[in-house]
Design a protein around this ligand. Structure first.
Ligand code: CP3
Length: 358
């Protein structure tokens, strides 16, 4: 069943829309007091693994902020947990792994997850979220986005054993033994492909792949190391649903993305959208790219910045979003101002007539 507010899905396919859809990366999260109230009761992993609660926080930004898409509440690191890497989230330190992978022997010690058994809670949450969304009023009946990390970004956490400032271990492995690292990336691609196919089967209507750390690489090493494993994941999804590829800090890698068969490229804020489009061409749908820190500005300023973003994005298909996840110290009123401004502005074509924003 197609959602009654299907702006996001039509925009992904580069079909005409009355206005551009808008949502925010990390829209279900700590900036919302309603999210913090749920987190006061359960820890983060329990929240991810309890479908009723995961769906409750998935729907919060739809009801409270008015976004045109829901993104399942989960985390990119969950499949690594299912592989037995011993994932924990600690306040302050973020994610850590009891069993980081720093050699092929470490990799061999991880298990091959049965995604239905070990990640079934994600699929249950997707099915429940779809049912809940279909029961909402027309405007709130929005598409559900599933997601995962790219193999390179998953490796960035798994090899380091958690978040890292300089990724010394990952980069050391990449120079000492690029073939060995490619085996790890291939394995992560295989697991991700099955995990994401399961999300689609459960009802995810688009898949976003987060490449938070892709920008660490120069163009040649991105092409040689990160891209082959990413392509395996994209090909496994095989056009079943639109794929959004999010690349952080990757302006220098945009020419490489011409070879990536995804519907939507989501970019950070460091390059304006018209310049991104000049590299990727007018046919590729772009998503982004307001600096999340700009949501700390007064709401009137946010509205102005959204106006500029819409102008810069006007040369082709555009899904309005941030350039990275919303910051936890964003006032909810500012997030609402961002979404409201994106919904209000209908760009005027050069001739002066109202133009559907593609
Ligand atoms: O609303 C949504 O976008 C859906 C949920 C979502 C989360 N993580 C929930 C979360 C999504 C899409 C993610 C993706 C994710 N997770 C990424 C890629 C996007 C990005 O920000 O670059 C990455 C790198 C992770 C791994 C991760 N999860 C880290 C490094 C951390 C700790 C840092 C932090 O932001 O706290 C997390 C924890 C996490 N994932 C939180 C949330 C809401 C905060 C946990 C809490 O409530 O205490």
């Amino acid at each position: 069943m197609t959602p009654r507010n299907d702006l996001f899905l039509r925009a992904c396919r580069n079909q005409p829309t009355e206005r551009r859809p808008v949502w925010m990366m990390r829209q279900a999260g700590r900036y919302l007091p309603e999210y913090r109230a749920v987190r006061d009761r359960v820890d983060f992993l329990t929240l991810c693994k309890t479908p009723e609660l995961a769906v409750e926080v998935t729907l919060q930004p739809v009801r409270l902020v008015g976004v045109d898409a829901a993104i399942l509440f989960a985390d990119i690191l969950l499949p690594l947990d299912a592989m037995g890497a011993g994932l924990r989230f600690t306040a302050g330190d973020g994610p850590t792994f009891d069993h980081p992978v720093r050699s092929l022997a470490d990799l061999g010690a991880l298990r091959d997850p049965d995604v239905e058994r070990d990640l079934g809670y994600v699929y249950d949450a997707i099915r429940l979220a779809r049912r809940e969304l279909e029961g909402q009023s027309a405007a709130l009946s929005v598409p559900l986005i599933g997601f995962g990390g790219t193999p390179w970004t998953l490796a960035a956490y798994l090899v380091e054993g958690g978040a890292s400032k300089n990724h010394g271990r990952l980069l050391a492995w990449s120079w000492e033994d690029p073939r060995g690292l490619a085996r790890l990336l291939g394995r992560l691609a295989e697991v991700s492909a099955r995990y994401l196919q399961g999300q689609v089967a459960a009802g995810a209507q688009a898949i976003q792949l987060f490449d938070t750390w892709g920008g660490l690489l120069d163009a040649r090493r991105y092409r040689e190391l990160a891209l082959p494993a990413l392509l395996l994941v994209v090909e496994a999804l095989g056009g079943s649903v639109p794929v959004v590829y999010y690349l952080n800090n990757g302006a220098h890698l945009l020419p490489e993305l011409l070879a990536l068969p995804v519907e939507v490229v989501s970019v950070d804020w460091r390059l304006p959208l018209d310049e991104v489009r000049a590299i990727l061409g007018p046919e590729r749908v772009l998503q982004g790219n307001l600096d999340p820190a700009a949501l700390l500005a007064p709401p009137e300023r946010i509205a102005e910045l959204v106006g500029e973003l819409l102008r810069r994005g006007a040369g082709g298909g555009h899904i309005v979003n941030l350039g990275h996840g919303i910051l936890p110290n964003t006032p909810p009123e500012h997030a609402k101002a961002f979404v409201a401004a994106a919904k209000r502005h209908v760009p005027v074509a050069p001739g002066g007539s109202l133009q559907a924003s593609r």
